[in-house]
Design a protein around this ligand. Sequence first.
Ligand SMILES: [Zn+2]
Length: 320
Amino acid sequence: MTRLGFDVGGTKILGVATDDGGALKRTLREPTMAGATELVDTLVTMVRELAPAEGAVSVGVGMAGLITIDGIVTISPNLVGVDGATVGADVSAALGLPVVFENEVNCAARWEVAAGAAQGIRHGVMVAVGTGIGGAFMGDGGVLRGANGLAGEPGHMIVEASGRQCPCGRRGCWEMYASGSALDRLAAERLGDAMRGPDVTEAARADDPAAHEVLAEFSYWLALGISNLCVLTDPEMVVIGGGMSEDWDLLAQPVSQHLGDLLIGRTAESLPAVVASEAGELSAALGAALSGALGDGAALSGALGDGVALSGALGETPCG
Ligand SMILES: [Zn+2]
């Protein structure tokens, strides 16, 4: 049995093939096209390229955006022309196979709990920093999905009232300040029009003081949003995923320092550990492969699904 998983992001689709035990066999990348029909066609083509001719496959698709439990994309601010689409059902119809379809960071969090950094963690938060920011709440071995499947979307948590205009239509969303796109913009503003996020991280690795200053400013915004998530859910661990997790060695220290300043009621021992995903940007695709193998029933309920009570790592409920 080959398990296939896909992570559909704002700029690329990452596909993985794993074996029965979840071990990575192959990866495949394609650019994200505008439009639901184009997206479905690309995914179907990728399934055929990734899956061997012999043997059955299971398919899971994780996608950025708000996706209901019924598999409808209500809004996906970083993708074009997919709002209202039923991507999973359309891929399933084209392949003649069941397809699990949900938010990509829920998939990533499921993988972190099952096989990654959050194994054995009872209360955790996943924050995926890429083009935008996605999130998921992990509790008691599962992933919290909420009444409609829309839980865990911290990228559109407002951190600056009347702040920057977000593609979602509102102002001051966290991902306008702490995503990969936000770092691109900050780099251009602080270091020159031609500069982007990867230029800043490269310069910081060469000990450029101006680059470290930009990362210090960026780290504050990252820590501010993480502190809000910690105030609400009291996690013992925050797992950072997405493309930015590859640069976590540069961000870990300043983010932890800001977090210590921002969080109240914590001692050094009760501050959450903030760690990078061990699978980096692969965790969502690996989690989608896992979710697809579990199937709808197993993925959406029970030990690896919802029905999770969030009592917090220290047993404190929000607002006491
Ligand atoms: Zn927004």
